[in-house]
Design a protein around this ligand. Structure first.
Ligand SMILES: [Fe+2]
Length: 382
């Protein structure tokens, strides 16, 4: 049994509605208001065709920002902020995957009057500035089960020109209410289901092998792993249905709650240049090194991995835990999907210096001095 003796706190102010059909509750929050809805073009269509969400459009004064791109770009976001500048909204509604939710978070903060003379790059660089901001209430409705962005105080922004991943983080970024309704994920294509699902699983794992872990985050993350390891392989093999979608939605939410406190760790840190240079989907890029990073972190075992092993495999045996992570990646063909996008092992190793992201890699439980072994064994895995 693990007892963490360090002092800790936990804070997450996002009010939650969870379960199939819970998105109906949104109509009780938004009526007669000026709202900005942030989505992709596909998300815009999905929203307007949804019987439970359509009343939002009918009963409010809606402005759409439906140009969300995957991995939102700093310059594109700045363009949208400039376009919407001066408009006042009673609320902002984020509808979509992690990119839509992160875009909405960024725009909502940037549109506050205090930020009128600041560029987005300045906002990201000087997060202290956020303390006195009063953004509009943000309502988040994820349509994928992956990032957990609906309950985290950070948003990922990409500087594609310089191949850098940035993050807007701080108290102004929190949503007011999140609606986690797995029915919205039923039509998600298989590739996105796998990639986003792997993100949820990896975020749970990274929250466990994390220096900021505590009793709450370990509980959330362990349950997220149980759900994810059960449901995602079934969805990937075509044997899953609504129950597995519901399980992945809960896994994603719980992992999001866990990393809202711990943040992520080494796999995420390694993943950012893989996405920036080779356009590898985020979840796949994170899962690529997951078994190797687990093996590395076992050297810092303090009881937490045995607890996770017991929850996942029914035994405290750590070899069994490693095997279950190997099997997951193998069954979802993670390594082959990633290697399709990277020209060679040398091309992978050439990015080593970019893979230590401060604020991510240093959360990792076991110290990492050299990534070479982790990258090589990930490359050689099945
Ligand atoms: Fe992630």
């Amino acid at each position: 049994m693990i007892f963490l003796h360090n002092r800790w706190n936990f804070y997450n102010p996002v009010s939650l509605y969870v379960g199939r059909g819970c998105r109906q509750e949104l109509t009780k929050h938004l009526h007669g208001q000026k709202i900005l809805i942030v989505a992709t073009k596909r998300g815009h269509k999905q929203f307007e065709e949804d019987e439970f969400l359509m009343p939002i459009v009918d009963n409010n004064f809606v402005t759409w920002m439906n140009s969300v791109q995957e991995n939102p770009d700093l310059d594109d976001l700045q363009y949208e902020i400039n376009r919407l500048s001066g408009l006042l909204f009673d609320a902002v509604l984020a509808f979509g995957g992690g990119s839509a939710l992160d875009t909405a978070k960024v725009i909502n903060v940037a549109l506050t009057s205090e930020c009128a003379n600041k560029s987005l790059r300045e906002l990201i660089q000087f997060s202290e500035f956020q303390k006195n901001l009063r953004p509009s209430p943000l309502y988040t409705i994820p349509t994928t089960s992956g990032t957990g962005s609906e309950v985290t105080p950070f948003a990922t922004v990409w500087d594609h020109k310089n191949k850098k991943k940035l993050s807007l983080a701080g108290p102004a970024v929190w949503a007011k209410v999140a609606f986690v309704d797995a029915a919205l994920t039923d039509s998600l294509p298989l590739g996105s289901t796998i990639s986003t699902g792997l993100d949820a699983i990896n975020q749970a794992a990274e929250s466990i092998w994390n220096n900021n872990a505590n009793g709450i985050t370990l509980g959330y993350a362990t349950r997220a792993l149980i759900l994810g390891f059960t449901a995602l392989p079934l969805l990937a093999s075509g044997q899953g249905g609504q129950r597995e979608r519901d399980q992945m939605a809960e896994a994603s939410l719980l992992a999001g709650l866990a990393i809202s406190h711990t943040r992520t760790a080494l796999c995420h840190s390694i993943s950012y240049p893989l996405t920036a240079h080779f356009a590898i989907p985020h979840g796949l890029a994170c899962a690529f090194t997951m078994p190797a990073v687990l093996r590395h972190n076992l050297q810092a075992e303090d009881g937490r991995f045995a607890e996770v092993a017991l929850a996942l495999t029914g035994s405290r045996d750590l070899d069994g835990l490693v095997e279950s992570f190997d099997r997951l990646n193998e069954s979802l063909q993670v390594v082959s999907r990633v290697k399709e996008k990277i020209p060679s092992l040398d091309a992978l190793l050439a990015l080593k210096a970019e893979m230590f992201t401060p604020g991510r890699a240093d959360n990792n439980l076991a110290l990492v001095e050299n990534l070479q072994d982790i990258l090589k064994s990930s490359w050689a895995a099945k």
